[in-house]
Design a protein around this ligand. Structure first.
Ligand code: 13P
Length: 280
């Protein structure tokens, strides 16, 4: 069933686990993620980022994501990731997304707060949740930029919460989008300070390549939403390649089934690490 992301994250705070937010680019990925959620009786979030709309137009994939969430037996929130423009954020809300991110992390804090509040006022009309970001997560969502990591200052998180009351806050603790060149060293000291001084559900971007132990530690240290994008795309691609190498694809529908299986296996692995199984 389609649910508000606020409710999923409140349950995650109560139950001390994190919810996987899986980026999707087509129907096969949506079906694979939801198959894993159903099998493991897990809540999940389906998301697409604004920079990915070149490949998957919002007016086409958005209704598909919402319809799939509505038809799902487990709770599913549909989230617009890294919203940059009011135009696209509003379009996502009009399509029935239950959560939107406004990414003002590149702006001065005052401006980020002002813009986030503007987005919150729009989202309120739809009763949708809003995620914001402070500090800079490294890399970029589509690999087009190599943004340097700039860790969140815990005092900024405190101020951001007090002045916006946003529903979820993405923080930067040494994490980066895309595949890491070496194993990331997450700043748990910063995460702990943010957790101890705010009540907000915190969000970890750049989930691909973070170790299971670090995921688990994050999920018990205030992180309630974990974004996974590159791992989904890589697993889908690798599963298809392997099937071709084994000559097990004979025709289009075998290709489609391999894509669904790749997305399913990636989501299943992460749901189990995040501790979301049997939390639906
Ligand atoms: P990865 O591509 O590193 O998994 O990052 C996902 C993400 O944070 C999307 O916002």
């Amino acid at each position: 069933m389609l649910v508000n992301m606020r409710d999923l994250l409140a349950d995650a705070q109560e139950g001390d686990y994190a919810v996987g937010s899986f980026s999707v680019a087509n129907m096969e990925m949506v079906l694979g993620v939801l198959q894993a959620a159903k099998e493991l009786n897990a809540p999940v979030i389906l998301q697409i980022a604004e920079v990915r709309l070149k490949q998957s137009p919002l007016e086409v994939i958005g209704p598909l994501m919402v319809a799939a969430a509505e038809a799902a037996e487990t709770p599913v929130a549909v989230h617009f990731d890294h919203g940059k423009t009011i135009e696209k954020i509003t379009q996502a809300l009009d399509l029935g997304f239950t959560s939107v991110m406004f990414d003002g992390s590149h702006l001065p804090l005052d401006e980020n707060i002002k813009m986030t509040k503007q987005v919150m006022a729009i989202a309120e009309e739809y009763d949708a949740a809003v995620e914001a970001e402070i500090g800079c997560v490294g890399g970029s969502e589509d690999g087009s930029e190599d943004i340097a990591i700039n860790c969140t200052k815990p005092e900024d998180a405190v101020r951001f919460e007090a002045e916006t009351g946003v529903d979820a806050l993405a923080i930067a603790i040494g994490n980066a989008h895309g595949n890491y060149k070496s194993t990331p060293k997450l700043r748990f000291d910063i995460l702990e300070e943010c957790e101890n001084n705010t009540d907000l559900p915190l969000v970890l971007h750049g989930g691909t390549g973070i170790t299971p132990d670090d995921f688990i530690r994050c999920s018990h240290t205030g992180i309630k939403k974990i974004n996974i994008a590159t791992a989904t795309f890589d697993t889908v691609e690798n599963t298809v390649r392997q099937c071709y190498n084994e000559s097990s694809i004979n025709g289009y529908y075998d290709l489609q089934a391999a894509e669904v299986r790749g997305a399913y296996e990636n989501a299943k692995k992460h749901i189990l690490i995040f501790g979301t199984d049997n939390k639906a």
